[in-house]
Design a protein around this ligand. Sequence first.
Ligand SMILES: *Cc1c(COP(=O)(O)O)cnc(C)c1O
Length: 421
Amino acid sequence: MDHFLYHNGVLHAEDVPLSEIAEAVGTPFYCYSTATLTRHFRLFDEALAGMDHLVCYAMKAASNQAILKTLAALGAGMDVVSGGEYARAKAAGVPGERIVFSGVGKTRDEMRQALIGGIRQFNVESEPEMVALNAVALELGVRAPITIRVNPDVDAKTHAKIATGKSENKFGIPIARAREVYAQAAALPGLEVIGIDVHIGSQLTELAPFRLAYEKVAELTQVLRADGHDIRRLDLGGGLGIPYTRSNEAPPLPTEYGALIREVLGHLGCEIEIEPGRLIAGNAGILVARVIYVKSGEGRDFLILDAAMNDLIRPAMYDAHHDIVPLVEAAPGVEQQPYDVVGPVCESGDTFAKGRMLPPLAEGDLVAFRSAGAYGAVMSSEYNTRPLVPEVLVHGRDFAVIRSRPTFDEMINRDTIPEWL
Ligand SMILES: *Cc1c(COP(=O)(O)O)cnc(C)c1O
């Protein structure tokens, strides 16, 4: 459930008509709902109630300061994958002890930054990273708390570009080598081994791959404990999928996911961490765009929008589907027609949907891409010197611009001219 619904035929974000925001901010823009973000975070938090746990929002999904502050106020931790994200989490007021550092290529500078600023744990992904982190920690005279990310070699049954738990993926160490690598870690005085980490992919629509992976983690926990490691925290990653269409079957709910965790891992007495990103932010955000032209092509009509692949790259990058809806609800009984929905960028890849059935639309009409809150604005760029798409946050009857659209001068003035020109 989200909070983007029609009232009196006009699509609203909570209690605000989106047309009102479009008028104030211009198009295209992203719009997020506080109530939906809150609801999604609480679903996870409640699904793990009774277990010692922390929900660390994977902020790469949507990392605006206002979104982070909204979630941090609910008690969320943060899963960060870069020094920039770490700085964002700190700037949003998240204490270091609630920040987890993931990622396959952490630099020594990033390690230093997090060790000085405070960190809950590093999820280490390789032996060379372990060696580097040990050196940085010793140099600072501290011990770095770590889990080691194991690759359980399970098929997440998701898009190849967002599957991470197969042995051919670059992530983690093969679970078969875990004992050996944990022994090496335990011998490094700058590291404190506290747990195990696993993350098998994104947009998972079944629980079975999670079960397989978590069963392997449960078994590994016992084995590593028998080897003398104090395994007290399990980081189970993110990845629970969301419904991108109204029609297809619904992915598992956070409550079912929580029940699975309890069933497979509850008896181990470990603190549980999860790192959901998409499920918290995905359906909490939409992208609003305006129709610039309706162009008749050969056997098809093109809906040319003022949003483009630089604003929302998921369709071009992952063949992702986003439901597209008009801001003004079509009258009942109006016949839909197929459109190729495209942006203005000079690439054929700048196509959001082909043959999409929509009510008849005209120049100037507004449409919304649903489920655009995760991996939307964060992946936007200024390709074609199109200003970075602004972001708006709604809270009940209020809305605020939380990232403004840069002016052309602001964009141009970021370039600097060498003195010889
Ligand atoms: C991307 C990522 C997540 C979040 O995945 P979602 O599918 O957005 O829930 C969590 N943990 C790690 C390590 C990731 O790389």
